[in-house]
Design a protein around this ligand. Structure first.
Ligand SMILES: *[C@@H]1O[C@H](CO)[C@@H](O)[C@H](O)[C@H]1NC(C)=O
Ligand SMILES: *[C@@H]1O[C@H](CO)[C@@H](O)[C@H](O)[C@H]1NC(C)=O
Ligand SMILES: *[C@@H]1O[C@H](CO)[C@@H](O)[C@H](O)[C@H]1NC(C)=O
Ligand SMILES: *[C@@H]1O[C@H](CO)[C@@H](O)[C@H](O)[C@H]1NC(C)=O
Ligand SMILES: CC(=O)N[C@H]1CO[C@H](CO)[C@@H](O)[C@@H]1O
Length: 222
């Protein structure tokens, strides 16, 4: 079992190096991270401190209980072009990612405190239904350009006996992308135009970058 875990961890690590040479924007010193509310000492910054431990909620971000909505927001300070997002979710022996069902990810130029979902662009919707749980480690494609990235949920997990409402418990979020006007894993300048598709480098209009999202399938990292 230990060996298997080691092999899987190694495979994951190779995956990180091979697939994601894109810059990890959540760690930039110009990126601000925030939560809709904070449970105990489980601050938003636990989700971008580089610590990817998922089996100890004390080192994860955690929103307050008994709220209708829970979100985690990354403010990049200006629009960036995103390629993929990797989320490490709380996953303890006694507490699986029940509250992670039906989460969604939006991008917007309006912050979460001021926007409703109709003013954002959806890049991912989880459709996990009870009693299944989403994978605690997942990489989601999100090819959009905007200033704010919002992971949000209104889901009320049935496993929460005495607690109602939505809770988010993100242990780490890594966002891989480039400056607007760059593409490819090493973030090269677009050729022959101002803005282009982040993976192919094909010239696009800025409006297209803010609307096109081909994200549908997540990649399991195991
Ligand atoms: C932020 O990061 C950039 C690039 O790594 C660096 O040049 C700059 O000095 C940093 N600024 C602060 C305030 O740490
Ligand atoms: C969302 O915001 C828009 C613009 O402010 C507003 O017109 C609309 O009624 C809002 N929708 C909801 C469901 O609050
Ligand atoms: C839920 O509430 C009941 C009655 O107040 C209490 O006995 C029980 O310990 C609570 N369970 C949890 C998990 O807090
Ligand atoms: C979840 O369902 C919505 C609505 O049917 C769909 O647009 C979306 O692509 C689904 N998400 C995934 C990951 O399949
Ligand atoms: C979780 C985390 O910090 N991931 C990566 C973010 O980006 C930096 C620099 O590119 C990497 O060193 C981290 O491993």
């Amino acid at each position: 079992m230990k060996n298997l875990q080691l092999v899987l961890y190694f495979a994951y690590f190779i995956g990180v190096l091979a697939v994601n040479a894109f810059e990890n924007l959540s760690k930039r010193n110009t990126t601000a991270i925030s939560l809709s509310s904070t449970y105990s000492n489980s601050l938003a910054t636990f989700a971008n401190d580089g610590d990817t431990i998922t089996n100890d909620h004390r080192v994860c971000s955690h929103t307050e209980i008994n709220k209708d909505k829970a979100w985690l927001q990354l403010d990049f300070g200006k629009p960036y072009s995103i390629n993929t997002i990797r989320i490490h979710y709380r996953n303890e022996d006694i507490w699986k990612p029940y509250r992670f069902r039906e989460f969604y990810i939006d991008m917007s130029d309006i912050p979460a405190t001021q926007s409703n979902t109709s003013e954002r662009t959806r890049c991912y919707t989880d459709n996990t239904t009870y009693p299944d749980v989403p994978p605690f480690l997942m990489e989601v494609p999100c090819k959009l350009t905007a200033r704010y990235l919002i992971v949000e949920t209104t889901y009320d997990a049935p496993e929460d006996d005495n607690i109602t409402g939505a809770v988010l418990e993100i242990c780490e979020i890594e966002v891989f992308g480039c400056e607007v006007g760059e593409y490819g894993a090493d973030c090269k300048s677009c050729i022959g135009c101002q803005v282009c598709d982040i993976t192919s480098g094909k010239c696009r209009t800025y409006a297209e970058l803010c609307m096109l999202s081909t994200s549908k399938y997540y990649i399991l990292i195991y």
